[in-house]
Design a protein around this ligand. Structure first.
Ligand code: MV4
Length: 505
């Protein structure tokens, strides 16, 4: 398998920048792509070459597979890294990349396909000896079959879309009388969302935790598990806070989860980085939920406690190199927490916010990592997900990490649009969260209590406001240009030469 010289990063925001940095550390050049509103984004300037790919709507830019493949070929790339979201879990795209003579930095298309079909995934897991949630392993044909399955399992049950995932098209059914109408609703939702109406039935687990296992697999037959991430702190299927390790996972349970996860990945011929999601019941039993066949948003907490650069490992595996992870050394060290800082107003039902970032101070110092994709002058629109950046901390213990996260959250200054920052501070100060006493229903229950006092000056501290005003005034007084560099509008030979020169110096 050939080694790469140049990789096209088919994504935007923080993950594009994260991948470009990994490319540089691996000695590879990166090609960025950007839509019109992203022309001033940091990922554009971080790359060796940046290519405009279209207007704001993702369908005309970051989801345009043909254009991305053409761009990779035109710029002399050997590979495409899809990041997360967008084209990352589309088997036809992975196939088209290979067809074009390029490497896809991700699993084989067959593995994406097997895990994307949720009932096929359940059958495969069952065959591999991985525990699955009790329920059907084939789609049910109609509400009559669904009812038969439900009475076998006992209520409550969940109707799930076979083509679904991530909670879309899911319906909770509490009793027999509700199943016919629930079936119709779930089916039409599934058709709308995925273009396929097949549904299956699962026993509904009450108050579980969401635990996922990071795996890495190489072309030499090695599959390793990098422990768990605790992802129970979520709201409407959007994770807000993740951590590693989980307070609910003992070393013995970690071994069992890891064994199940490596069996799962091995059984579909997985390659690169992937994540097996489990529900951990209060009883201590765990069940396979689904596999995410991509790099995940929350990968950094695993990196910090295992000392592994997951994106560099992806790039190694894609070049046919062996994993640099040593099984004997796979012990979690210390504790990591991640807060997703989103452009959403927690005091207004988490309404997505838009506007221009006027002033930004990102946290740093001991044990702090900021994986961001925006800077002052950038505009936040509704075209893409609301993630502004991830604040990740490491500490020798969970208590240290919690203190450090609070310190780092107080250092963060975002002026121009509301963000989830203040909400994170309240979660960090919550006794239930501090004790580790939570499950997937935590925010549903604790959210209202945490938000009861309304917006307060805890983050809109007077000093930060003054700093922002001073910076604005100074800029105006000096008539200086805004602190952004204009990206190349066109890829002229001059632009490309200048970029290469700058790198060679
Ligand atoms: C479940 C469940 C309870 N029982 N399945 C939500 C997202 C999708 N990946 C699967 N989900 C769930 N499936 C059974 N049989 C509860 C959820 C669930 C959930 C899972 C993980 C993290 C957050 C969640 C929030 C609500 C529901």
């Amino acid at each position: 398998m050939a080694t790469f010289k140049r990789v096209l990063v088919a994504n935007r925001g923080e993950i594009a920048l994260r991948i470009i940095r990994a490319c540089h550390e691996e000695g590879l050049e990166a090609v960025a792509v950007y839509s019109e509103p992203d022309r001033l984004s940091p990922h554009v300037r971080a790359a060796h070459i940046a290519v405009p790919i279209g207007p704001a709507p993702a369908a005309e830019s970051y989801l345009n597979g043909g254009k991305l493949i053409d761009t990779a070929q035109a710029t002399g790339c050997q590979a495409i890294h899809p990041g997360y979201g967008f084209l990352s879990e589309r088997a036809p795209f992975a196939e088209a990349v290979a067809q074009a003579g390029l490497s896809f930095v991700g699993p084989p298309a067959a593995a994406i396909r097997a895990m994307g079909d949720k009932t096929e995934a359940r059958r495969r897991m069952q065959a591999a000896g991985v525990p699955i949630v009790p329920g059907s392993t084939r789609p049910v044909a109609d509400h009559v079959q669904a009812r038969a399955e439900a009475s076998r399992l006992g209520y409550p049950v969940l109707l799930k879309a076979a083509a679904g995932g991530g909670g879309k098209g899911m319906r909770l059914v509490q009793q027999d009388g509700e199943i016919e109408s629930a079936f119709q609703t779930a089916q039409s939702e599934a058709v709308k969302a995925f273009g396929a109406g097949e549904l299956y039935v699962e026993k509904y687990l009450e108050r579980p935790r969401h635990i996922e296992i990071q795996v890495l697999a190489d072309t030499y037959g090695r599959v390793v598990a990098l422990g768990e991430r605790e992802c129970s702190i979520q709201r409407r299927n959007q994770k807000l806070i993740e951590e590693a390790p989980s307070v609910a996972v003992t070393p013995a349970l970690r071994r069992r989860l890891s064994e199940a996860a490596t069996a799962a990945a091995g059984s579909v011929g997985y390659l690169g980085a992937g994540t097996i999601e489990f529900l951990l019941a209060p009883s201590g039993e765990f069940y396979f939920l689904e596999m995410n066949t991509r790099l995940q948003v929350e990968h950094p907490v695993t990196e910090l406690v295992y000392g592994v650069d997951i994106v560099r490992e992806q790039l190694r595996v894609a070049q046919g190199q062996p994993l640099r992870v040593h099984a004997g050394a796979l012990q979690p060290r210390g504790h990591a927490l991640e807060c997703r800082i989103t452009a959403e107003d927690p005091f207004n039902s988490f309404l997505p916010a838009t506007g221009v970032i006027r002033y930004l101070v990102t946290p740093s110092g001991p044990g702090v990592r900021w994986d961001g994709g925006i800077e002052a002058g950038n505009e936040v629109t509704l075209f893409y997900d609301p993630l502004l950046g991830k604040l990740i901390v490491w500490g020798d213990t969970r208590a240290t990490a919690l203190q450090r996260m609070q310190r780092a959250l107080r250092e963060l200054v975002i002026v121009g649009i509301p963000s989830s920052q203040a909400f994170h501070l309240r979660v960090m100060a919550d006794p239930d969260f501090q004790r580790g006493d939570f499950d997937i229903t935590y925010l549903e229950h604790a959210g209202p209590r945490l938000l009861a006092t309304g917006a307060s000056p805890e983050v809109t501290a007077p000093l930060a406001v003054v700093a922002a005003l001073l910076a604005e005034q100074q800029r105006a007084a000096e008539q200086s240009p805004p602190p952004t560099v204009r990206p190349p509008d066109r890829q002229s030979a001059w632009t490309l030469a200048a970029r290469r020169e700058a790198l060679d110096r």
